[in-house]
Design a protein around this ligand. Structure first.
Ligand SMILES: Cc1cc2nc3c(=O)[nH]c(=O)nc-3n(C[C@H](O)[C@H](O)[C@H](O)COP(=O)(O)OP(=O)(O)OC[C@H]3O[C@@H](n4cnc5c(N)ncnc54)[C@H](O)[C@@H]3O)c2cc1C
Length: 431
């Protein structure tokens, strides 16, 4: 499929696009707003800063509570997007300025170069000859990609991209020569376009709390302490270990694993709030380990388990598993046994005050969600709560949506997106 057959647009510099709703952020929340806006016959422009849409969900191995692969849900959404003439997608794009007011916004957008044009067929010939390697951010730095790469197998648009750091590197010329479609253009320049929109929905999502800041839990110090997102990528068949969950220090199988809940969350020194999804994510990860290592012991340390509403059923199912042990206790310290690189988890039972020590092969830190608006807010006066989450209905008229307003699971993000779609469509109608 070529770019021209997709909803993805490469407008000319200084071009002006018009939309009923401009959606900033192409994760599950932003995609939902764009789809629902377009399916009632209104025009949406969906803007994503990465080379492909899908957000964090596209990096998950399975979804709780049903434990199905996110590819299914994503594929349905992508089909709705592909067949819809009312959605225009700008990837590698970021908002620079916002002026005007609800009903009449004018937004300037920087569209960064992909260095690969619409003729790309994703054949991969360029990647095979590329000599330059770069850290694979999608795989949490656990492996590398070439400097020209397809973001992932389900990437939309299905088009290669060049890491801008290497676009001017002479070694990239080999890739240009290898492309029989003449699709690589290392001279591409950034463009500025204007989007005139009645409403703006801001859905730029979340990032994980930086685990290196939690110095008592050994991340960055001990190889076998990983984060929940690393676990998610290790378990994925298209991840850095082809789906194998093994110890980073020596590649050994898992016999005892520890999950550390509230790693930095509900903690005045780090994130004072609960991120709502971490308990369920760790229980999901416990099922990944269980599936691969039926004999392994799984120890999950919690302050109290948060599994709201129907998600309690998932918690009950996991609790019934005889190899999964729930320990009431906040892990205060992780140290390493230098003889075998095992980890010792010291936890204090929050009810009795008793301290326990548990030795495991590997520990997974369930770090919380930080809104991306914290270091990349909309370029207009915006209201935030004390933790940096956006006010969904701020006085600037921009509608916050999904995990920029509060930690949400996917189902709640989608519900919130439906609400944001309606709010946006009502802008200027007096409703
Ligand atoms: C370890 C872990 C496991 C999880 N597992 C599950 C699960 O199994 N089931 C479940 O229901 N939920 C799960 N979640 C929660 C799930 O990840 C979120 O509900 C979901 O990602 C929210 O989608 P979103 O669109 O709000 O944000 P995101 O997924 O973060 O998407 C935001 C998008 O905006 C883009 N963006 C960011 N900044 C800008 C900008 N300035 N301009 C343009 N674009 C921008 C990003 O690149 C991204 O594409 C899990 C969370 C964690 C931490």
């Amino acid at each position: 499929m070529t770019e021209s057959e997709t909803a993805v647009s490469r407008p000319e510099s200084n071009e002006t696009l018009t939309a009923d709703t401009l959606v900033v952020g192409g994760g599950i929340a932003g995609m939902t707003v764009a789809i629902e806006t377009s399916e009632v016959g209104k025009k949406a422009v969906l803007l994503e800063r990465e080379p492909s849409i899908g957000g964090r969900v596209a990096s998950m191995n399975m979804y709780f509570p049903k434990l199905c692969p996110p590819a299914c849900g994503m594929e349905i959404n992508l089909r709705r997007i592909r067949s819809n003439p009312n959605i225009e997608i700008l990837t590698l794009s970021e908002v620079e300025t916002i002026s005007g007011s609800p009903g009449n916004f004018s937004v300037t957008v920087r569209v960064n170069p992909r260095y690969v044009n619409a003729r790309c067929t994703a054949c991969g010939d360029c990647e095979k000859v590329c000599e330059i390697e770069r850290e694979n951010v999608r795989n949490e730095g656990l492996d590398k990609t070439r400097a020209i790469y397809l973001p992932h197998l389900m990437a939309y648009p299905p088009i290669y991209v060049v890491d801008p750091e290497y676009a001017k590197d002479d070694r990239m010329k080999k890739c240009v020569e290898a492309c029989q479609y003449n699709a690589i253009d290392l001279e591409m320049k950034p463009k500025t376009v204007t989007v005139n929109a009645k409403a703006i929905v801001w859905a730029t999502g979340w990032k994980p709390y930086d685990a290196t800041k939690i110095d008592n839990l050994g991340f960055g110090q001990y190889k076998n302490v990983i984060t929940s997102l690393m676990m998610e990528r290790m378990a994925s068949v298209d991840g850095p270990t082809d789906g194998k969950i093994t110890r980073p220090s020596d590649g050994k199988d898992i016999t005892r694993i520890g999950f550390v809940q509230c790693a930095g969350s509900r903690d005045e020194n780090h994130l004072p709030y609960c991120s709502a999804v971490c308990c369920l994510a760790s229980m999901k990860h416990a099922t990944y380990v269980r599936e691969r290592y039926p004999e392994a012991e799984i120890h999950l340390f919690y302050i109290d388990v948060r599994s709201p509403g129907k998600l309690e059923d998932f918690y009950n199912r996991v609790q019934d598993d005889e190899k999964i042990f729930f320990h009431r206790g906040k892990v205060g310290r992780i140290t390493e046994n230098p003889e075998n690189n095992n980890l010792i988890l010291e936890a204090e039972n929050t009810l009795t005050g008793n301290i326990s020590k548990t030795e495991v092969d590997m520990a997974v830190l369930a770090t919380g969600l930080v809104p991306n608006t914290l270091d990349n807010p909309p370029p207009i006066d915006t209201e935030f709560d004390e933790f940096g989450f956006m006010n969904a209905n701020g006085t600037n008229g921009i509608i916050g949506c999904g995990t920029v307003i509060r930690p949400f699971d996917v189902a709640a993000s989608v519900q919130d997106a439906t609400g944001a779609t309606l709010k946006a469509l009502n802008v200027g109608t007096g409703r």
